[in-house]
Design a protein around this ligand. Structure first.
Ligand code: UD1
Length: 419
């Protein structure tokens, strides 16, 4: 799919962000643990969610997804999912829970954005402690569960978001077993997953800290849950507005989960006000900055490409260090095609003030595509973005939202069906 973006736009107006992709994917994966009817609200209608729903349906969970609400009930659970899952990294989250419930799980090897090695060694090491042996064979991955003889302690070598969620979900139904996970990731989406599981009767404590404890229970009960707003979608729109000098109101997001980002932006001169469930971004004179990404509450790596774009629009030399993914620099070459004065040295991006012009661009991962979309919107002259469909993986209702904030675009070529 190719999108033509007109350029010379000011990003301004009002939008409402959707539920968090990174909460929805683990919450949906955890539905293979349910024994009763579950309802989840504010699930974003994006293609990564469609892929995860296809996977859990294939595992035997009956799912209805309408108007951002998922209703699910258990049916005939099976551990093998061969048809789906290779395009999202979060598919790995099904491995442990399915192994615990069925004794044997087999999935396609997890995919996702090409931003680094994205190894799964931390997941596998943790699963082993939980009595699950994992074999990788060609493009499939297999897990076999026997039983956990005694209480378990897992120390993560790095606070991986996915591994923290995966091991938490896998431990929930280990009836009578106490599991303690240390050096956990603390992202708000992990807290959301913990709240959801506890609302069904799981016994998890410590979510949002670096030490999570789980007392395994026999079964989970019926529940209703509402997913938190998407921090990264919100951050993308905030940074887009700041890079264009527009005023933008963003609804549907709690200020609490954005504070680590908005504080960093305020330090460089951004004018942002917050009420209970909305943020307003004002035209601001920004200073050059030094920034490093890291596990929450440090600055999110998923907003690093967007910050690189913002650095082009400030008056001086900025430096951004990427510490989470070793290859998250694809956006740099695309921004260079638009005239950006940027260089990368190891994991540090150096950016000089640059006036961007339209160009032929291609996005290779989700946040890179979002970044070049906003770069193209504010650049001088039109741009074309190839593989534009990647944006549907994580940005809900994007056509309407782009129109609502003044971005003029047309779709030139559709070469495959997108949901
Ligand atoms: C999640 C988010 C993603 C975000 C990332 C970091 C979801 C669905 N995705 O991805 O948007 O960019 O957190 O905030 O929530 N690692 C290993 N071995 C492992 C696991 C991870 O070496 O077993 C490394 C990864 O290669 C990466 C780093 O740890 O360099 C962080 O990965 P992780 O926190 O696991 O990210 P994801 O859960 O994949």
């Amino acid at each position: 799919m190719i999108a033509r973006i007109r350029g010379n736009s000011k990003i301004e107006g009002e939008i409402t962000v959707g539920g968090a992709k990174n909460s929805s994917l683990p919450i949906l994966a955890s539905l293979v643990l349910i024994s009763e009817e579950i309802k989840i609200e504010k699930i974003p209608d994006i293609s990564d969610v469609s892929e995860m729903i296809s996977m859990i349906r294939s595992a035997g969970i009956a799912v209805n997804f309408e108007k951002n609400t998922v209703s699910a009930r258990p049916s005939n659970l099976k551990g093998e999912i061969r048809e789906f899952g290779s395009s999202i990294r979060a598919s790995i989250l099904l491995l442990g829970p399915l192994a615990v419930r069925t004794g044997h799980a087999e999935l396609r090897y997890p995919g996702g954005c090409l931003i680094g090695k994205r190894s799964i060694d931390i997941h596998i090491e943790g699963l082993k402690k939980l009595g699950i042996s994992v074999n990788e064979k060609n493009d499939m991955i297999e897990a076999v569960f026997d039983k956990v003889p005694e209480d378990v302690r897992i120390d993560l070598r790095f606070p991986s978001v996915g591994a923290t969620e995966h091991l938490m979900m896998t431990s929930v139904l280990l009836n009578g077993i106490h599991t303690e996970i240390r050096n956990c990731a603390k992202e708000p989406e992990i807290v959301d997953l913990g709240k959801f599981l506890n609302s069904m009767g799981a016994k998890i404590s410590g979510v949002g800290t670096d030490r999570i404890s789980i007392d395994g229970v026999k079964k989970l009960n019926a529940s209703v849950h509402s997913v938190i707003g998407d921090r990264i979608e919100t951050g993308t729109y905030i940074i887009g507005a700041l890079s264009s000098g527009g005023m933008l109101k963003i609804n549907g997001i709690s200020n609490n989960v954005m504070r680590n980002v908005t504080n960093e932006l305020k330090k460089i001169g951004a004018k942002i006000t917050a009420s209970e469930n909305a943020l307003i971004v004002y035209p601001s004179d920004l200073r050059p900055f030094k920034l490093s990404t890291g596990p929450y509450p440090q600055f999110p790596t998923d907003l690093q490409p967007q910050m690189t774009l913002l650095a082009c629009h400030v008056n001086g030399h900025s430096e951004i260090t990427e510490t989470v993914f070793e290859q998250r620099f694809g956006h740099v070459d695309e921004l260079k095609k638009m005239g950006a004065d940027i260089s990368v040295d190891k994991n540090k991006i150096e950016v000089m003030p640059s006036k961007l012009h339209g160009a032929k661009l291609v996005g290779n991962d989700l946040r890179e595509t979002a970044t070049i979309l906003f770069a193209a919107a504010t650049a001088d002259g039109p741009s074309e973005i190839e593989k534009f469909e990647i944006i549907f993986r994580g940005y809900e209702n994007i056509y309407k939202k782009l129109k609502d904030i003044g971005i003029d675009f047309e779709i030139l070529k559709i070469d495959r069906e997108v949901s």
